[in-house]
Structures are given as C-alpha cells and as structure tokens.
Unconditional design. Structure first.
Length: 195
C-alpha cells in the first residue's frame, strides 16, 4: 500500500430507527475505532457523511459513516476518495454479511459484492472490485422473501454479546490493516472462530 492515509468506511443506515440493527454493525465498529483514535464524528455536508479523523501509530486515518443509507454509500466513498487522492487499496469497507454466521469476521482484498447492495454501490461508484472489505457475519435465519426485514431487525439477547465481541475483533483487525498490512490482518483475523 503506497499511501500514508487510510479511509475506513462503516456501512449502516442513519437515524435512531436503525441503531442496533444487523445492517448497522459497520457503524458500531466505526464508533469503537473513533474511541481508539480519539476522533470525534462531525457532519461533512459535501461527503454527506459523519467523518472523524485520527492517527494510529503515526498513520492518518479517516473514519466515515455515510448518511445516505446503505444502498447509496458509494457516493460518499467516491467523494472522499477523490478529496484525499486515495486508491482503492487505501480504503477498507466494514459491512454486515448474511453469508457468515453471527460474529464471524472475514477480510478480503477484493471481490464481488456477494449480493450486498451497499457494497455493490461502492464498487459501482469506485469502478473497481479491488476494494478491501471486512465482513461481519449477521447470520441468515429468515424466511424466503424476508431478507430486508431480517437485516433491519435487532440482534437477539443471545446474539448481542457475540456481536459485541465480533465488533471489538473487527476494530482490532482494522487497526492491523492500518498499521501493518492487509495481508497481516487477513492472516491474523480470518482464522479466528466465533467466541
């Protein structure tokens, strides 16, 4: 990775109605990261996002929570990538994933959106699938045709501690991405099991 700055994008929907829902797990991780870098989220009108800046071991980090709803997050990512002159490999997208069990995390260097509309919008807006992403499993215990209801539902009492633990591991994985490398983060965190 050539650049010194990293853009970390957490996917979620804005507003209190969506707090604590499965689709908003990316926002949870970004809040943990903001505390780690002592950054404060501020509204950025041009990027239509909440943005916080900080440093990790001397590296500049920009944390972004797009406020455009998940399926339009790419517009914010494209704007900020241009503003900071960042390449795709300098950006890490933190997102929920129904294809992984609740609490499992996976980091990939690139790939398709795998049916995630928010990730697809970012790929479309950036014109590349070569975007690192950290996926957090939210499970897929829903009836056919009820995926939207499921991703917008809250975690169960049993799932909450698992997701809290996963969010902390995801935060640590992002720190590794920023301060070590994508490969190091993948090697360290992809093999961890759900706790």
């Amino acid at each position: 990775m050539a650049g010194s700055k990293r853009l970390i994008v957490g996917l979620g929907n804005p507003g209190p109605r969506y707090e604590g829902t499965r689709h908003n797990v990316g926002f949870v991780v970004l809040d943990l990261l903001a505390a780690r870098v002592r950054g404060e989220f501020r509204r950025d009108g041009r990027a239509r996002s909440l943005v916080a800046e900080g440093r990790l071991r001397g590296r500049s980090v920009v944390l972004v929570k797009p406020q455009l709803f998940v399926n339009r997050s790419g517009e914010a990512v494209r704007h900020l990538a241009r503003r900071f002159s960042l390449n795709a490999e300098d950006i890490l997208v933190v997102t929920d994933d129904i294809h992984l069990p609740v609490g499992r995390i996976r980091i990939r260097a690139e790939g398709s959106a795998a049916g995630h509309n928010g990730m697809q919008n970012i790929i479309d807006c950036m014109g590349s699938e070569a975007l690192p992403r950290l996926r957090i499993g939210i499970g897929n215990d829903y009836e056919r045709g009820r995926q939207s209801d499921y991703v917008l539902s809250a975690f169960t009492e049993t799932e909450r501690p698992v997701i809290c633990n996963a969010a902390e591991r995801a935060r640590d994985a992002v720190v590794s991405f920023c301060t070590d490398s994508l490969v190091h983060a993948m090697n360290q965190f992809n093999r961890l099991t759900v706790e």
